[in-house]
Design a protein around this ligand. Sequence first.
Ligand SMILES: Cc1cc2nc3c(=O)[nH]c(=O)nc-3n(C[C@H](O)[C@H](O)[C@H](O)COP(=O)(O)O)c2cc1C
Length: 151
Amino acid sequence: MKRLLIVHHTPSPNVQAMFEAVRSGAGADEIEGVDVVTRPALGATAVDVLEADGYLLGSPVNLGYLSGALKHFFDQVYYPCLEETVRRPFGAYLHAGSDAAGALRALESITTGLKWRAVRPPVVVTGEPSRADLEACWELGAVTAAELAAL
Ligand SMILES: Cc1cc2nc3c(=O)[nH]c(=O)nc-3n(C[C@H](O)[C@H](O)[C@H](O)COP(=O)(O)O)c2cc1C
């Protein structure tokens, strides 16, 4: 059995809708052999990361960067996981008021440092997620889980 860890900071209904769509895709009936585990970013630990085979990361954009909660998560797990999680697959979704550029740069920089492998580009949504946005979130979850199932 593979384990897919969703680490998320979810402070509003719009971000919650994205989280639920991602989780629903990750747990799609067609994908066998993958356990989905969710952790709020402020409660996720290095052990959670080490015990998982791949990751989904979700955050709003705050002050031009990832949320402090997701940054705190990475600050805690970076060195304990640096050598153990190389090449593990990940996906990410961000919700912004208007501009996600700084958060995307940060995510790229952190995950490049960890040598994680992006399954597909991050899903970025501004404002209320449309049906297409939520479908993109669902697909992100499903594609990432399918990647783990094939490992
Ligand atoms: C303290 C704070 C800082 C924020 N900074 C940014 C920012 O720099 N860029 C941006 O696009 N949105 C920013 N936002 C908006 C959040 O990204 C947005 O509130 C969050 O994604 C949730 O979306 P919602 O309020 O539409 O549900 C900020 C929100 C807060 C509370």
